[in-house]
Design a protein around this ligand. Structure first.
Ligand SMILES: [Zn+2]
Length: 250
């Protein structure tokens, strides 16, 4: 079910890993989909819900090239599905499909991958709806970008600022510093609503606390301190944390 989080912004959350799809709707019903997700059934239900509201999909954006953020369905129209040039080039569609089969087996997705690179130095998505500013936020994945919707005060964060996942770093040199700078960049934006790629939408003062929690986690990770972080109560997240802590201290 789509939930309205701002005047022109709606969010649908899959029960699997609380993965979110964000829908930005223009006055004429044209929609921008951000990270449409997750299972094939979720994507069909999303399409039906959009159609039921009389909306039509005009474009899409993937915040980064992890398989759960680059999905599409044959029931959705063939529209531009942008990603930053670095994110677009990070993985082949075959690699992304293999990631999907490994992480969440038992599904047959219509499309995994197939993004289109934005022109270099693009600052806003080239669509006719509400302004959507591309904010480069590397650290989690190469070319990771968040989307700021300044007219609605909404930030679609990608895989950052989650209440269910700790910061997960890519394996590039300097990923921690990149991640910290990305958090600073997001904290400077004027957004009173944050939609994380996984988890619950944050509003008001909770936004600030999400930023602080991610900084605190990175501080603990880099100093070798065991984090006191409720998000590590999920065994899947704990396993990811232990793997990156081991990598970090190696
Ligand atoms: Zn990710």
């Amino acid at each position: 079910m789509l939930e309205q989080v701002a005047h022109r912004v709606w969010v649908r959350t899959s029960p699997t890993w609380l993965t979110t799809t964000t829908v930005v709707v223009d006055d004429d019903g044209a929609c921008l989909l951000v990270d449409p997700t997750l299972t094939p059934a979720d994507l069909v239900a999303l399409e039906q819900e959009l159609r039921g509201r009389g909306w039509h999909v005009a474009a899409a954006f993937s915040t980064h090239a992890h398989w759960d953020h680059v999905l599409w369905s044959l029931t959705l129209p063939d529209v531009p599905r942008w990603a930053t040039p670095t994110a677009h080039a990070a993985h082949t569609d075959e690699e992304l499909a293999a990631q999907a089969a490994r992480d969440l087996p038992g599904h047959r997705w219509d499309v995994v991958g197939g993004t289109m690179p934005l022109a270099p130095d693009t600052t806003e998505l080239p669509w006719t709806g509400p302004r959507a500013v591309v904010v480069l936020t590397p650290g989690h994945a190469p070319g990771h970008a968040s989307l700021h919707l300044p007219d609605d005060g909404v930030l679609v964060a990608g895989d950052m600022l989650s209440d269910v996942e700790v910061p997960l770093l890519d394996d590039t040199d300097g990923a921690v510093d990149d991640y910290r700078r990305s958090l600073q960049r997001l904290a400077e934006l004027s957004a009173h609503v944050v939609v994380p790629g996984h988890g619950r939408v944050a509003e008001g003062r909770v936004v600030r606390r999400r930023v602080e929690a991610d900084h605190r986690y990175l501080d603990d990770l880099t100093s070798g301190t065991e984090p006191l972080d409720a998000r590590l109560g999920d065994p899947r997240v704990r396993a990811e944390h232990e793997a990156q802590a081991a990598r970090f201290l190696a």
